[in-house]
Ligand binder design. Structure first.
Ligand code: PEP
Ligand code: MG
Length: 844
């Protein structure tokens, strides 16, 4: 019987116990999610190991968490990488919030299907709330479902105090999740771990839902999906740093590869036959080359030194020399990120805590080398023991600095290794210094046992554009030098026996993409004119001054959408008039008097909460007080914004655009407020005033709106969700909520017709305009301007230059009569293949 301070966890399945250390997935074997056990199942119903409430069951049915009344949280995760199965093979038997008894069936799964289609069936049961446990049965061998396995020692839980009104919460900018499967167990664990490094109370927000960012289960319970817009908020002494780090982590995929589409792989055979070693992506890309093993020099130091004064002098000379060497590396750094790493290393050299420990040891008679190594090793051990992935990675920096100073003390020169061409470096762990010193003419990439996606080594690899994976099993260290391998960092794989055809295809594809990108960049400043001489304006969607600068540098012909709600997201209080005005001024000045600047007034609500505009929670925020509706309800907010925008008249070709307009009365009232504010300022000439066409009502009544506006800009993101009645963030509708749906295209066509009948121009600023495939279609439908995401400006301009307007009109008419978005995409793909000769782009 368990005592009141203990809790028994029962086997959730029958099967064979597998040591957690052997689970071929570092996120589990490293225990970053929590300690527990792994079962290779022989039964197919996952049962509750404890009584409690189902605190989360993933929509895809592969993972479930139970929280008991004392706060113990246990996560069960069926199989590895099973999130990719998108629910196939799993049947959920319980709902979130449901109370369950020990042994109650939670999820049924089709073992044959999962085994064939996922990486592995290995099932994890992890104590994510962190209580220590003892085993009630042998740690290996067979177990029966329901058998008592672990005894948890319950400890007092301290919970984060939720944010109160009194605490100044800071908010990050919204971040769109690029993780293909949202924040499932692996990225959620990385995020929660990182959040725990801060003392601030931190929350993760998805629309109206909020989760404690330090709780893995709470994050998973948000059921996030690819494309979800998230915000991080924090209150407390290190809130600002927390927001910065965590927003960046979200943006970069929380340890998952997020650059480009991720392919769902069916790899059970490969995984077991050891032709593939798996880790996690530290830097994307791929390379084919030969193994070069790198081992760190083992430095011998004498424990005892001469007099303390001599040893102190030794140490301070070595520290000074290391400081100079790092300064040189800083000066030669190829990026700010790289320079920052060496700056951090310099700070470690001057850390008073480390020096104090070293000096005490020297005073006890130890040598400078011994004292310095002991001081840095004990600090690194402390970092590693805190159970925090980020701090553990900082231990690698400390080891690097330690080694650098030791070499100075011992007078050891770095061994210069003659590298062969096409080297793929393999190491237990590369230090940031080693990485920074890599000869990128010879090194094509690297793979390590240690390290992490957020480590400095990973940052450096990304700065160099070198593909890299980390977290591989130690088997990688046994590979013989010269072995040919294919490093596919995007998939987190090192292929040991690569198929030559696959290598060639991968290389050819990447080369073509790179050449195309270079060609597009080289021609970015050329106008976007079709072959038959029609000019189309390609402008940028921006949310900051920096993006305005980038847009101009990349050949943007103006700004077609400034999402003004993103300018001051991290504020609790509205920015002052002067602050707003100076932001608009700065952006307008970057563009200059010949380029358009379309400032959209605040589009708050829906999926975009704004900290300084508190709103009641709504059952259906996308159909609620959003955009112009909210601003007209709080006219002072709109007046203030108009006044600030009007301060930029004359600096750029200024346009003001109203979001979410549905009624003519909204447009008229907003115009009246604008005119009143202009009058107060004594302005005789008003900026152009236009509206977003993103509600079907506005599209259908475009003929009535057109005489009263100067321009339209079609927001295909919202127009699609409102036309198809599909939430733009809905994970399971993501593939259907497609702007290429003929219904959306018909609305675009009729809007353009109505606008042109009144001599008004029409832009498209929804994400559709940033898709190369959509370019002939939108031009053919008569759209005048494409406002696109900044990095894509050169590609979209290049796409326009490859087209003939007459052909575009023909294909546009043709697809308007099709039945589905799928058919439209297919027709456009065939048209693209038939008309655009990919070899041509490289010639002119
Ligand atoms: C749109 O809806 O297409 C649009 C551009 O606006 P947002 O994405 O900011 O809602
Ligand atoms: Mg919109």
């Amino acid at each position: 019987m368990a005592t009141p301070q203990q809790l028994q966890l029962h086997a959730p399945l029958s099967g064979v116990l597998v040591p957690l250390d052997l689970v071929p997935d570092p996120v589990f074997s490293s225990r970053v999610i929590g300690d527990g056990l792994c079962i290779d199942p022989t039964s197919t119903t996952l049962c509750a190991p404890l009584a409690g409430v189902v605190s989360n069951v993933q929509a895809s049915g592969h993972a479930v968490s139970i929280t008991d009344e004392k706060g113990v949280q246990v996560l069960m995760h069926i199989g590895l990488d099973t999130v990719n199965l998108a629910g196939n093979g799993f049947t959920r038997l319980v709902e979130e919030g449901q109370q369950v008894d020990v042994g109650q069936a939670l999820i049924e799964f089709d073992a044959d299907f999962v085994a064939l289609n996922a990486r592995s069936l290995l099932t994890l049961m992890l104590v994510v709330s962190g209580e220590p446990f003892t085993w009630l049965a042998p740690e290996t061998g067979l177990v029966d479902s329901g058998q008592p396995l672990l005894s948890l020692n319950l400890v007092e839980q301290t919970s984060d105090t939720p944010l109160t009104e009194a605490e100044e919460a800071l908010f990050s900018k919204p971040v769109t999740l690029a993780n293909l499967n949202g924040l499932h167990a692996r990225p959620a664990a990385v995020f929660a771990q990182a959040a725990k490094a801060f003392s601030a109370s931190i929350y993760l927000h998805k629309k109206q839902e909020t989760a404690n960012a330090k709780s893995l289960v709470a994050i998973m319970a948000l059921q996030t999906a690819h494309g979800d817009v998230m915000q991080v908020s924090a209150a407390g002494p290190d809130a600002e740093a927390a927001i910065k780090t965590l927003a960046e982590l979200l943006l970069t995929g929380c340890g998952e590869v997020v650059a480009g589409p991720v392919q769902v792989e069916v790899n059970a055979v490969e995984a077991s036959s050891l032709t593939v070693l798996r880790g996690v992506c530290a830097s994307p890309g791929s390379a084919f080359g030969q193994v070069v093993q790198i081992a760190e020099q083992n430095l011998e130091v004498n424990e005892l030194g001469s007099t303390p004064q001599v040893e102190r002098d030794h140490l301070s000379r070595a520290l000074a020399e290391a400081l100079v060497a790092l300064q040189q590396m800083r000066d030669n750094a190829k990026s700010d990120a790289q320079a920052d790493i060496f700056k951090a290393h310099q700070e470690l050299l001057e850390d008073p805590g480390l020096l104090e420990v070293a000096h005490v040891l020297i005073d006890e008679g130890k040598s400078a080398g011994f004292a310095w190594r002991s001081a840095t090793e004990s600090a690194a051990t402390l970092f590693k023991s805190l159970g925090n992935a980020l701090l553990a990675e900082r231990a690698a920096d400390l080891a690097d600095v330690s080694q650098r100073v030791l070499k100075q003390i011992l007078g050891v020169r770095d061994q210069v290794m003659e590298l062969p061409e096409g080297a793929i470096l393999i190491a237990e762990q590369l230090t940031p210094s080693q990485t920074a010193g890599l000869d990128t003419r010879k090194v094509l990439g690297f793979a390590t046992v240690g390290g992490g996606a957020t480590s400095h080594v990973a940052i450096l690899a990304r700065a160099f554009g070198l593909p890299a994976i980390c977290g591989l099993s130690v088997q990688v260290l046994a590979l013989v030098n010269g072995t040919q391998v294919l490093l596919d960092a995007d998939k987190g794989e090192l292929q040991l026996d690569p198929d030559l055809q696959a290598i060639e295809q991968l290389q050819a594809k990447r080369q073509l993409q790179q050449q195309r990108r270079q060609h597009e960049l080289a021609h970015a400043t050329l106008a976007a004119c079709t072959r038959d001489g029609h000019h189309f304006e390609v402008t940028a969607n921006i949310a900051s001054l920096v993006e305005a600068e980038q847009a101009v540098a990349l050949g943007g012909e103006g700004v077609g959408l400034l999402r003004s709600e993103f300018l001051y997201l991290d504020r609790n209080h509205a920015p002052s008039h002067d602050e707003q005005a100076s932001t608009y001024n700065a952006i307008a000045q970057v563009l200059g008097p010949t380029r358009n600047l379309v400032v959209r007034t605040l589009d708050v609500g829906g999926d975009k909460p704004l900290a300084y505009v508190p709103m009641d929670s709504e059952t259906n925020p996308f159909l609620g007080m959003r955009g112009i509706r909210l601003c007209l309800e709080r006219p002072q907010l709109l007046r203030d914004q108009f006044k600030a925008i009007l301060g930029s008249v004359g600096l750029a070709r200024l346009h003001i655009m109203l979001p979410m307009v549905t009624q003519l009365a909204e447009l008229r009232l907003a115009r009246q407020l604008l005119e009143e504010e202009a009058l107060v300022l004594g302005l005789t000439e008003l900026p152009r005033l236009g509206i977003m066409i993103e509600v079907p009502a506005a599209a259908l009544m475009a003929d009535l709106f057109a005489p009263e506006v100067d321009f339209f800009s079609i927001g295909t993101n919202d127009l699609t969700q409102y036309t198809l009645a599909m939430d733009r963030d809905h994970p399971r509708l993501a593939s259907q909520a497609d702007s290429f749906h003929p219904a959306v295209l018909r609305l675009i066509a009729s809007t353009v017709k109505a606008a042109h009948a009144h001599g008004k121009w029409v832009g498209v600023c929804g994400a559709m305009a940033s898709e190369t495939l959509a370019v002939p279609l939108l031009l053919g439908l008569g759209v005048d301007e494409l406002s696109v995401s900044v990095p894509l400006i050169p590609s979209i301009k290049a796409a326009v230059r490859e087209l003939d307007l007459m052909d575009c009109q023909a294909i546009a008419q043709q697809v308007l009569g099709l039945e589905s978005a799928g058919q439209v995409r297919e027709a456009l793909r065939l048209y693209h293949e038939a008309t655009v000769d990919t070899s041509l782009v490289l010639e002119n």
